[in-house]
Design a protein around this ligand. Structure first.
Ligand SMILES: *[C@@H]1O[C@H](CO)[C@@H](O)[C@H](O)[C@H]1NC(C)=O
Ligand SMILES: *[C@@H]1O[C@H](CO)[C@@H](O)[C@H](O)[C@H]1NC(C)=O
Ligand SMILES: *[C@@H]1O[C@H](CO)[C@@H](O)[C@H](O)[C@H]1NC(C)=O
Length: 394
């Protein structure tokens, strides 16, 4: 008789996640910083110069690894099933691109072992692609020290052993609600208004733990990240912060943007900072001498969450947020009545930013500006496998 799916699926999923985490030997260095290092001989991601093909061979054949880390062997055999013995290739990436939105499938992952396997395989592919991109563009970064600043966007949920890196405009309010329920500060996500999710969430940030606490959690918790198509995220941030009244973004960002980039601005505009256009906003973003600093709502994920350094176990996409989030929740053994909510927090009456809306905003830019914006988010496009949003980009 087969064991119930919820049990064995959770088990092998955890093993799969475990494989990534276990590979990190986290060692404390003096009192200032924490260093992430590789366990010698466990080679799934150890050497950034190593190709994925070599990794596959290494961790399939090394007997020493098998006795030390059984989870790795198990997860490997599952990957073999999913990948038909092929390491991640161009074919694979195409597959992902062709099917970027598995949530369009009506099936419920919980009842569908096949769908769960598919989602697990997508995770494995995303992690491998990220590893490849990191090896190519940030070689050696995995041996670097992790500073407290670099984990300042990471929220901790100790009961479910989760670390969540907050990416604004990619479902973060709802993730905070879920973390609050997991930690027991609310019975249901329905009870949590927007402001409470952000300002009274009682969630701790990883930077607030001592060095041993940080190292231990980075080593053993499920590290989780949700990303979104970068241009769509940018447009979503712009609409949210500049198109409706905002007592922080208009004075703090709107005023200097209008004063720098608008010829003949009216006195009212200069005083209130209201009415920034998308083009002005992008001019600010791309200006090497910005009149006002960056903001987490439009900062690239590659800089907010340090994916090469922290090596997330789970890389979800906003484009299939609910399905992938629920898959993760079932996999970490969250209460069965906890599902990912779909509140739209900001401007609930405004249409959600879609790719059509995004194209409309970007059509206000000329081709040089579009290219520069693409360059600005290039690492996010690469790391998370989003296709070029316009044909003329290179
Ligand atoms: C989920 O179940 C727990 C007890 O197991 C209960 O306290 C909580 O209110 C339930 N939440 C919802 C939304 O039904
Ligand atoms: C700004 O105002 C001056 C003088 O009224 C005018 O010559 C100029 O064309 C205006 N510039 C723009 C961009 O509207
Ligand atoms: C696009 O606009 C910028 C100003 O933001 C200008 O400097 C540039 O020449 C324009 N490029 C093209 C191809 O029109």
């Amino acid at each position: 008789m087969k064991p119930p799916c919820s049990l064995y699926c959770s088990l092998w999923f955890l093993l799969l996640l475990g494989a990534g985490s276990l590979l990190l030997l986290v060692r404390l260095q003096d009192l200032n910083q924490v260093v992430l290092q590789q366990t010698p001989g466990v080679n799934m991601m150890a050497d950034p110069r190593r190709t994925t093909e070599e990794d596959a061979v290494t961790y399939r054949t090394s007997g020493a690894d098998q006795t030390e880390i059984p989870g790795q062997v198990l997860s490997d055999s599952l990957l073999v099933i999913e990948d038909s013995k092929q390491p991640v290739t161009k074919r694979h990436r195409k597959l992902l691109l062709k099917n970027p939105n598995p949530s369009s499938a009506p099936a419920d992952a919980e009842k569908e072992p096949h769908l769960r396997q598919q989602l697990a395989a997508i995770q494995a592919s995303r992690r491998r692609l990220l590893t490849e991109v990191c090896a190519k563009y940030q070689p050696g970064v995995t041996e670097q020290l992790v500073s407290q600043r670099q984990v300042s966007r990471v929220f901790v949920e100790d009961r479910s052993r989760l670390l969540y890196c907050e990416v604004p405009k990619a479902g973060c309010s709802n993730w905070k609600r879920v973390l609050m329920v997991l930690r027991g500060s609310a019975a249901s996500t329905l009870d949590i208004p927007h402001n409470a999710a952000h300002y009274a969430n009682h969630l701790r940030r990883l930077e607030n733990y001592d060095h041993a606490g940080i190292a231990e959690r980075l080593r053993s918790f499920t590290k989780l990240l949700f990303v979104r198509e970068p241009f769509e995220r940018l447009v979503s941030a712009f609409r949210d912060k500049f198109e409706s009244p905002n007592s922080y973004y208009h004075p703090v960002f709107g005023r200097p943007i209008i004063s720098r980039y608008r010829a003949n601005a009216t006195r009212t505009a200069l005083r209130t900072g209201a009415g920034v256009t998308f083009r002005e906003f992008v001019q600010y973003l791309l200006d090497v001498r910005r009149p006002v600093g960056m903001d987490i709502h439009w900062e690239p994920v590659s800089q907010l969450c340090h994916p090469c350094l922290l090596r997330y176990n789970f890389i979800g996409k906003f484009e299939s947020l609910e399905e992938e989030a629920n898959f993760l929740l079932r996999s970490v053994g969250a209460p069965r009545n906890l599902t990912f909510p779909d509140f739209k927090d900001r401007n609930p009456r405004a249409e959600r930013t879609s790719s059509t809306i995004t194209q409309r905003y970007f059509s206000q830019l000329n081709s040089t500006e579009r290219q520069k914006a693409f360059d600005f988010y290039y690492m996010d496009y690469l790391m998370f496998n989003y296709p070029k949003p316009f044909k003329d980009l290179h």
